[in-house]
Design a protein around this ligand. Structure first.
Ligand code: URA
Length: 242
């Protein structure tokens, strides 16, 4: 059961305040009756809701893919900085989504957002072995010893031994290396700390894939879109979710 104003707001009819007015004005019918009580509890899957003469098709959850820009925090609110939620349109914010896992303020690339707690939990749990793939620029040459160390499990500064990770060197030059790293955990600053353990520094970090889904190249930094049905199907299969 959910509140009438929340249901309608979630369907993109404006903020909770806008929706209260729509309800008060008698523009909402539930199962054929005008309802003016915005607190009314109902099951949106079972009731027929009409707003401004138009039947609404209810959606409870939202699943988004964002290309996170530099300088933005992966959180729902922050006292100083812009958050990824601030980048969303109001009609998406009304679903109250949150980021799935965190990217550092200076990390860019693929971030999922949802309001589905179960989906979030499964994607961040190491139990489901969800791969996260990063493209990184490193200040020094990355060697085959580094590749082996990543495979065997890097020990971080706090003594934690990481799960085996795949490190591929894409390019070595005087300025350092470009690499691709695949990890299955999401420890705080994990990729940066893994390289620090090898005496090297990550100077640029971008997540390019998560749970087998690649960042849509058509998304500029700061842009986002809903995950497609095919993408959702592929992810849910991976995390054994109905
Ligand atoms: N590892 C990091 O160090 N930072 C991120 O943002 C993600 C993974």
């Amino acid at each position: 059961m959910e509140r009438l104003d929340k249901i309608i707001s979630n369907m993109g009819y404006g903020s909770r305040k806008d929706v209260k007015k729509i309800i008060k004005d008698g523009r909402v019918k539930v199962d054929g009756e005008v309802v003016k009580d915005n607190n009314k509890q109902l099951d949106p899957q079972k009731s027929k809701i009409i707003v401004n003469g138009e039947e609404i098709s209810y959606k409870k959850y939202i699943y988004l893919m964002m290309n996170k820009p530099d300088g933005v925090i992966s959180a729902t609110s922050d006292d100083y900085d812009k958050t990824v939620i601030d980048l969303l349109e109001v009609e998406d914010q009304v679903f109250e989504p949150f980021p799935i896992g965190r990217l550092d303020k200076d990390t860019v690339g693929l971030l999922f957002l949802t309001n589905d707690g179960d989906f979030n939990h499964r994607l961040i749990s190491p139990k489901w072995h969800v791969d996260k793939v990063y493209y990184a620029k490193i200040d020094k040459d990355v060697t085959s010893e580094d590749v082996v160390a990543f495979k065997e499990g890097i020990v971080l500064d706090d003594g934690y031994k990481c799960m085996s990770a795949k490190l591929e060197v894409l390019n070595n030059s005087k300025e350092g290396s470009e690499v691709k790293v695949t990890v299955r955990e999401g420890k705080y600053h994990q990729v940066k700390r893994m390289f620090e353990a090898q005496g090297k520094k990550v100077v640029y970090l971008k997540r390019i894939s998560f749970a087998g889904i690649k960042l849509d190249e058509n998304l500029e930094e700061g842009e986002y879109r809903e995950l497609t049905e095919d993408e959702m199907k592929a992810i849910k299969q991976k995390i054994k979710m109905q």
